[in-house]
Design a protein around this ligand. Structure first.
Ligand SMILES: Nc1ncnc2c1ncn2[C@@H]1O[C@H](COP(=O)(O)OP(=O)(O)OP(=O)(O)O)[C@@H](O)[C@H]1O
Length: 209
């Protein structure tokens, strides 16, 4: 599903990501590890089409990455940092907005909304505004937006951020379910718990020379 071929990223004489090649099959989870500054977020941005590599190519489903292409956007759902939030919309309204944008059938959209909020333990918070959430709740809310739409590929940058150990297990359960349903996952993480629970394969990034 994902083919990264000798990709590197440089800017103004600085190496953000050393050359890397990796393939991830349909329904596989790749966990990206490495110390701070080794380029994990940069690699995810390249996979999401948010940053152009300096060299090499990335193909998703056989096509070159193109964030302007609706087929690519339909295929890839990414959470790299927290998503933008509208201060006047509730948690449920955010999720509904994303689901209704992607699912043409209103019944399907509603089923996704209700199921997701319950799965992430957010159903009691559905009427809250973003500023009324704790940092861990905000992280779960971001994950709800990531999952409230169709996708073949999930890209996640440190999804365990802000979460207590119990909620790390919640997201492991949620992400495993998506992988077992056929989604391809790429997750950068500093959590051994998450890596051990999720990784079909691991990519270890080295510090820039
Ligand atoms: N816009 C930029 N311009 C120049 N250098 C950058 C830029 N963004 C990131 N970097 C550098 O690129 C390198 C890789 O950064 P990146 O955020 O991808 O690392 P990371 O592995 O995700 O780190 P962390 O584990 O701390 O999240 C770092 O050395 C960083 O300082």
């Amino acid at each position: 599903m994902i083919d990264v071929d000798r990709v590197d990223v440089r800017a103004a004489g600085v190496t953000l990501l050393r050359p890397v090649s990796v393939q991830v099959g349909v329904g596989e989870a790749l966990v990206v590890r490495g110390r701070n500054g080794t380029g994990k977020s940069t690699l995810l941005r390249v996979l999401a089409g948010a940053r152009r590599p300096s060299g090499g190519t990335v193909r998703v489903g056989g096509s070159l990455v193109d964030a302007r292409d609706r087929r690519f956007r339909r295929r890839v759902s990414a959470m790299i940092g927290l998503p933008p939030m509208a201060p006047e919309l509730t948690v449920l309204e955010h999720v509904r907005l994303v689901a209704a944008t992607w699912y043409s059938d209103p019944d399907e959209s509603r089923a996704v909304e209700g199921g997701l909020l319950a799965e992430l333990g957010l159903d009691a918070l559905s009427a809250r505004f973003p500023h009324e959430l704790s940092s861990g709740q905000t992280q779960l809310f971001g994950l709800a937006l990531l999952l409230a739409r169709p996708f073949d590929v999930l890209l996640l940058d440190e999804p365990e951020q802000r979460l207590d150990p119990e909620h790390v297990h919640t997201i492991i359960r949620v992400l495993r379910a998506r992988r077992d349903a056929g989604a391809t996952l790429v997750a950068a993480t500093h959590s051994s718990v998450l890596a051990d629970a999720l990784a079909d394969r691991t990519l270890e990034l080295d510090a820039a020379a």
